[in-house]
Design a protein around this ligand. Structure first.
Ligand SMILES: C[S@@+](CC[C@H](N)C(=O)[O-])C[C@H]1O[C@@H](n2cnc3c(N)ncnc32)[C@H](O)[C@@H]1O
Length: 147
């Protein structure tokens, strides 16, 4: 997606929700160059991740208020230009339940996005569709947002 839309650039603040084990965060660091620009890449996951240069990791549950507070503290007086979410639930193998759990993750991501994304920033959220739920596959969305 970034090859097409180029939202990952130097001097960009990125929040990567559900960042373990670091694949998306690594690409964000490579493309936004925090070591030579004002970029920040902040990842959040309930599973601890190995440290990554140019990356701030917050271990926490995205549903918890203290995780949002830790994220806001890491941002300081900055707002995110990009909020990514690859949050995914532990699947139970039941298509309706798995679909709903994925949608719940998307709602958690949206709740955080509303608090931290700058106006006109990018919100890119990955939701998993289970066949037979009647839902459509959807992934990217860009939305203006304000606290
Ligand atoms: C598909 S993996 C993310 C992969 C990651 N984007 C990468 O490139 O390596 C989904 C992640 O969402 C995390 N996750 C699911 N629910 C969460 C929650 N409530 N709070 C924090 N992390 C959560 C899981 O721990 C898991 O690491």
């Amino acid at each position: 997606m970034d090859d097409k839309f180029s939202f990952l650039r130097p001097d960009t603040v990125v929040v990567d929700l559900g960042c373990f084990s670091g694949g998306w965060s690594q690409v964000c660091v490579e493309r936004t160059l925090p070591s030579s620009s004002s970029s920040m890449v902040i990842g959040v996951d309930k599973v601890r991740m190995d440290p990554l240069d140019g990356h701030t990791f917050i271990q926490g549950d995205v549903a918890a208020e203290d995780t949002l507070q830790a994220l806001q503290a890491a941002l300081g007086d900055r707002r995110a230009d990009v909020v990514l979410s690859d949050l995914a639930p532990a699947l139970v193998g039941l298509k309706y339940e798995d679909h709903m759990a994925s949608m719940q993750c998307c709602l958690y991501a949206a709740r955080i996005m509303e608090k931290v994304l700058r106006l006109g920033g990018w919100f890119i959220v990955h939701g998993a569709q289970s066949r037979g739920t009647g839902a459509r596959t959807w992934t990217p969305a860009s939305t203006p947002s304000a606290r």
